[in-house]
Design a protein around this ligand. Sequence first.
Ligand code: GDD
Ligand code: MG
Length: 363
Amino acid sequence: MKALILVGGFGTRLRPLTLTLPKPLVEFCNKPMILHQIEGLVKVGVTDIVLAVNYRPEIMVSLLKKYEEKFNVKITFSVETEPLGTAGPLALARDILGKDISPFFVLNSDIICEFPFEQLRDFHNSHGNEGTIVVTKVEEPSKYGVIVNHLDSTCIQRFVEKPVEFVSNKINAGIYIFNPAILDRIELKPTSIEKEVFPKMATDSQLHAFELEGYWMDVGQPKDFLTGTCLYLSNLAKKQPNLLANSACDYVYGGNVLVDPTAKIGKDCRIGPNVTIGPNVIIGDGVRLQRCVILEGARVKDFAWVKNSIVGWHSILGRWTRLEGVSVLGDDVTVNDEIYVNGGCILPHKSISTNITEPQIIM
Ligand code: GDD
Ligand code: MG
């Protein structure tokens, strides 16, 4: 089987992390976002993956070559010279996606769930129409694509991208499977699949909805990245608790703590719930971490207190620092001893020596 992952876009909403790495390579629960997807695709038997890229492909190539060997899958970069939106990349990759009559998967690169590829494929084959969209329910649908089904049917009647008025709380989860016939609807030019292709397919009764079970999140912005982390860790606690730090561990508090084996944790810490600690991280003594993400190589010194925040790669949090309010530190940021940061978005390589009491961007 074949798949295309929509990797493009500048990931501006996930800055400052995306100033250092393209969004799909930012580690979500200690694994590059895109690896969660590649593993799911490989498991269902996908052998051909197209990465639709329009932004710094060179950074991705070497890492993904490694995955090619590890998973025995062919990964092709399809590089746009201008952003082609969410449909144009399918036309650009026509040679691969349309090389045989089998259906192919398409994924947004910033979503996280228990990818139900096998059931999705079976459902898609059972209705025989051109496309299937995975749908989930959310409380605040206005920032997503919204779906309305025909009465008592999986067939989609309407698709409205980012509706201004309430239409439904059933939304597009950003996971699709299509027959190659969809390629006849898409020209090689910047096109939105959500605004220009799905509404027409709905009119032609060629689009069906597959309801997702379990958690789902678009982790393309810091607040949602943290919520997604909680959802992923809670699911891990149910399904593979052995991957989490043992709750008998003296520092684990409230569970759902994921620690890379190379990380070092000092004494008298209280960590959790909902914390991920990346490779080579060093946590000092008496540190309190809750609902936060500590990325590779970061150092959190003694008695620091971190809540609801993301600490970027190789950043250093001084002693007695306090970080909260969805603060995000970019790569290699230093926060001096005893500093308070509330909702700070701090660009890479900065050094912070005065308190940040209100949400702001530090450039
Ligand atoms: N190759 C390529 N080229 N990829 C692109 C481009 C482009 O020009 N523009 C966006 N993408 C990729 C993004 O990297 C992302 O993986 C995906 O397309 C969707 O773009 P987002 O910018 O993340 O869109 P969104 O989150 O506002 O909305 C989309 O996702 C929602 C679910 O999270 C839509 O598909 C909504 O309908 C959906 O509900
Ligand atoms: Mg998104």
